[in-house]
Design a protein around this ligand. Structure first.
Ligand code: BV8
Length: 266
């Protein structure tokens, strides 16, 4: 859809009771978080099956933790961008709303999103393999690799690895909302990882107005009523009307000021 073509989204949002948004790594790209399959894609350096699977962790938990520590150090310097803000803004102007994210970086919550499910977990949480306790951990860098629980048990990142089931309640909430929303926005995902990638087609089949925002066409494009190709940080504020909504980056502190305090704009 060319930028000058009028979007019916505004109107649809005005009538909609229930609005859902699905996001992927592309929504955090302009904050400096590498995507998975883009040119700076994580996977180019590391094969997914080498690092983001239970087998890989059993084989070499140190290697897997070195990778997650590297990502945490990178994400810790990043701040939400106008796309994250537009989604938080949309939540506030929607009667019923659900943000369904595949991202583990925590930037949506930092941008003020509250009605959300993190389908693939969160990189700032750890889980003990002994006592099963899940705790928040913001140590950047991690003082010890692999990190251990105070019970002595080995900790793992509280994320969903390939081959692992998604959190059933989060998954159910996402599917229920996709089946009953009037507007479904898809932002910055290559839509290849299942079961998340099935949500847009379910929403469309159940009558939702489906709108995609992505740098390039994806498997969702043929399904979408509107497909806007470009940067989410440019397009989304205009689409949802948050472009005249002021916010100060200093509002966003992931956690106590990062020692270096240098920004990481790409
Ligand atoms: C499971 C957490 C079973 C970890 C992640 C059916 C068919 C085929 C395969 C399967 C299938 N069902 C299951 C599978 C296997 C697998 C799967 O889907 N594999 C794929 C590769 C084919 N799925 C699973 O293993 C899932 N588990 O099925 O368990 C089961 C069931 C019951 C009981 C036991 C077991 C678990 C999947 C979750 C894996 N964990 N992350 C971590 O992060 O370390 S997935 C991870 O990769 C992300 O979370 C995300 O989901 C995915 C990356 O995708 P995107 O976010 O879309 O990112 P990508 O880089 O690909 O694309 C970025 C996009 O943004 C691009 O389109 C680009 O153009 C765009 N973009 C870039 N910049 C911008 C932009 N757009 C706008 N603006 C910009 N500025």
């Amino acid at each position: 859809m060319s930028p000058d073509e009028p979007s019916a989204l505004w109107e649809r949002l005005a009538q909609a009771q229930r609005v859902a948004v699905l996001t992927g790594a592309g929504v955090s790209a302009e904050s400096g978080v590498p995507t998975f399959r883009g040119t700076d894609g994580l996977w180019h350096q590391y094969r997914a099956e080498d690092l983001a699977t239970p087998e890989a962790f059993r084989r070499d938990s140190r290697l897997v933790w070195e990778w997650y520590d590297w990502r945490r150090q990178l994400i810790a310097k990043c701040r939400p961008n106008p796309a994250h803000i537009a989604i938080a803004f949309l939540e506030r102007r929607s009667a019923e709303f659900l943000l369904i994210t595949q991202n583990v970086d925590g930037l949506h919550r930092l941008a003020g999103s509250t009605r959300m499910v993190e389908l693939h977990g969160n990189i700032w949480r750890v889980r003990c393999l002994e006592d099963g306790k899940t705790t928040e951990n913001f140590d950047v860098p991690l003082p010890a690799i692999p990190p251990r629980c105070d019970c002595g048990g080995l900790l793992r990142p509280d994320v969903i690895w390939f081959g692992e089931a998604l959190p059933p309640e989060a998954l159910q909430e996402a599917f229920d909302f996709a089946e009953s929303c009037e507007v479904f926005l898809v932002v910055g995902t290559s839509a290849v990882v299942q079961p998340a990638a099935s949500l847009p087609s379910i929403a469309r089949r159940r009558g939702a107005y489906l709108v995609e925002v992505n740098l390039e066409p994806t498997p969702i494009t043929p399904l979408a009523h509107e497909s806007h190709h470009g940067k989410a940080g440019d397009i989304l504020p205009r689409l949802v009307g948050s472009d005249n909504f002021e916010f100060r980056t200093s509002d966003f502190e992931m956690f106590p000021a990062t020692p270096s305090g240098d920004s990481c704009s790409p």
